[in-house]
Design a protein around this ligand. Structure first.
Ligand code: NAP
Length: 489
């Protein structure tokens, strides 16, 4: 067992108390780079989730009746504590998730930014006064919290995905029950511990952990409870669709941040060095395990060979190793399942004619490391053109012209992010308009920020997180018709 900073917790946080599961069952949390056990957390199920929902329900009247400014003070303090403990949080994240320490530090700041941002946005939940339909009435519209809400988050951004949901939900006056991923519960519990230190009242934010086998029971308890008014989910499209079907039972609201299949288009008028920088960020960051990763790299025919040679030269330099080693630029994949998926997709592509220019195999470091890989000749017959790779594999195809690039990019049921590099102003507007996605990166591979709306179209999701829009889904409008005011005497 590693030594954890004293504010890190290994029990669940329910109703302001740190508690074990009623069965005493526990889940080992491991370092994906070494397989070492870091700690264990409770394996909870429906019974404990119901208790957490009850705690959140009990906390709601007080929390929702506080002023937005009072709630903002707690969220701002929470943000400061996250920033003050950034090094410890980042070290923990690197150990349980595998990403390099510098990337973990970046995610901690990104996570804190949602707490700061939504502390402020909560104070701007303005309503409306509408010109009435009759003289003796006034029409008021107010924006109100929903009540108890559920958050379900993935392992690839184990802190930022928590605060991107909790911050707007709590700022608007809701109380939350959060279920983090099996692989990364310690980061979520650490965030809860800092929330407690910041002065969150008991029951306002609750965390229920479990193993992969426990997730359906926890999810069902959240979805089926008449007290839970909304689920905010980030994860795979398959699970998101199942949750949405389940939510239909009692019409629980749901917002979904799901998988992607981003195209990264390099036109022949692009700044090639800038495009290579962009791929570095949105292909190899987090070992390619991001929903907005460049899944399909489309390069215009005339610059293909030059581009592939330059990308291979760059990718060959990537330092692979444990995320806590200073030189490391890329860590392992999160688990054996993820590694097997990447292997399967690479094998399928090479069987169908793709050519490997670099890598293509498990990394000599062992464990769940995979080599930075560059592959060309990718076509739509290959599985990786349709599935999220979630690995450090740059899969390249060519295109003829602008229309060809747009058709190829949109040839997917997903629509989260899309990227392209061009210096032609007319083309920039045409292609940005034509891409069927929620987020477009033009001449950049780095698009995530708390100030902009994040989310997808088509099968990549419903709703937006972050920005001034990201609080809307956590509120309900109420129309008040104030009549009987009489006509002026
Ligand atoms: P996942 O398997 O769908 O899991 C996501 C979360 O859902 C985890 O907490 C998981 O718990 C839980 N879960 C699984 N089955 C459930 C069920 N039946 N009921 C309730 N909860 C359930 O996805 P993942 O593999 O962890 O994450 C990767 C996916 O997330 C990728 O598709 C990626 O693109 C997507 N993602 C999207 C965004 C975005 O903003 N659009 C951001 C990040 C990631 P367990 O871990 O215990 O199974």
């Amino acid at each position: 067992m590693v030594k954890l900073p004293e504010f890190l917790k290994t029990d669940c946080y329910v109703g302001g108390k740190w508690v074990a599961a009623s069965s005493d069952k526990r889940l080992d949390v491991t370092d994906p780079a070494t397989g070492d056990v870091l700690a264990s957390v409770p394996r909870m199920g429906a019974e404990e989730t119901d208790a957490a929902i009850a705690a959140a329900h009990a906390a709601f009247p007080d929390w929702s009746s506080r002023t937005a400014a009072e709630r903002a003070l707690v969220l701002q303090k929470w943000a400061s504590l996250v920033r003050a403990h950034a090094d410890d949080l980042a070290r923990l994240m690197t150990q349980e998730q595998g990403k390099p320490f510098a990337e973990s530090l970046g995610e901690i700041e990104y996570a804190a930014s949602f707490l700061s941002w939504f502390a402020e946005e909560g104070r701007r939940l303005y309503g409306d006064i509408i010109p009435p339909h009759r003289n003796d009435a006034r029409i008021l519209v107010t924006r109100n919290p929903l009540g108890v809400v559920g958050g379900i988050t993935p392992w690839n951004f184990p802190v930022a995905m928590v605060t991107r949901k909790a911050a707007p939900a709590l700022a608007a006056g809701n109380c939350m029950v959060l279920k983090p991923a099996e692989a990364t519960p310690l980061s979520a519990l650490a965030v809860a511990a800092l929330g407690e230190m910041a002065g969150l009242p008991a029951g306002v934010f609750n965390v229920v952990t479990g193993a992969r086998e426990d997730a359906p029971a926890i999810g069902k308890a959240l979805v089926d409870s008449p007290l839970v008014r909304k689920i905010g989910f980030t994860g795979s499209t398959a699970v998101g669709k199942q949750l949405m079907r389940d939510c239909a039972g009692d019409l629980t609201k749901i917002s979904l941040e799901l998988g992607g299949n981003a195209a990264f288009i390099v036109f022949d008028d692009a700044d090639i060095e800038a495009a290579l920088d962009g791929i570095q960020v949105c292909k190899f960051r987090n070992s390619g395990q991001t929903c907005i990763a460049a899944n399909r790299i489309l390069v215009q025919e005339s610059i293909h060979d030059k581009f592939v040679a330059a990308l291979s030269a760059r990718a060959r330099q990537i330092q692979v190793g444990h995320g806590l080693e200073k030189a490391t630029e890329m860590g392992p994949l999160v688990d054996e399942r993820g590694l097997e998926k990447v292997e399967r997709l690479v094998a399928d592509a090479t069987d169908k004619g793709a050519k490997i220019h670099l890598g293509g195999k498990r990394h000599e470091a062992g464990g769940t490391y995979f080599q930075p890989t560059v592959m060309t000749g990718v076509s739509t017959e290959m599985d990786l053109a349709h599935e999220e790779l979630f690995g450090p594999v740059a899969a390249i195809s060519t295109f003829r012209d602008e229309q060809d690039a747009i058709s190829m990019a949109n040839d997917t049921p997903y629509g989260l992010a899309g990227y392209f590099y061009s210096r032609d102003v007319g083309r920039i507007f045409r292609v940005a308009d034509a891409l069927e996605v929620g987020i477009v990166g033009v001449n950049t591979g780095l698009i995530s920020t708390e100030v902009a709306p994040f989310g997808g179209v088509k099968e990549s999701g419903i709703g937006r997180e972050g920005s001034k829009y990201g609080i809307d889904d956590w509120t309900e409008l109420k129309y008040i018709c104030l009549a009987g005011l009489g006509a002026a005497a």
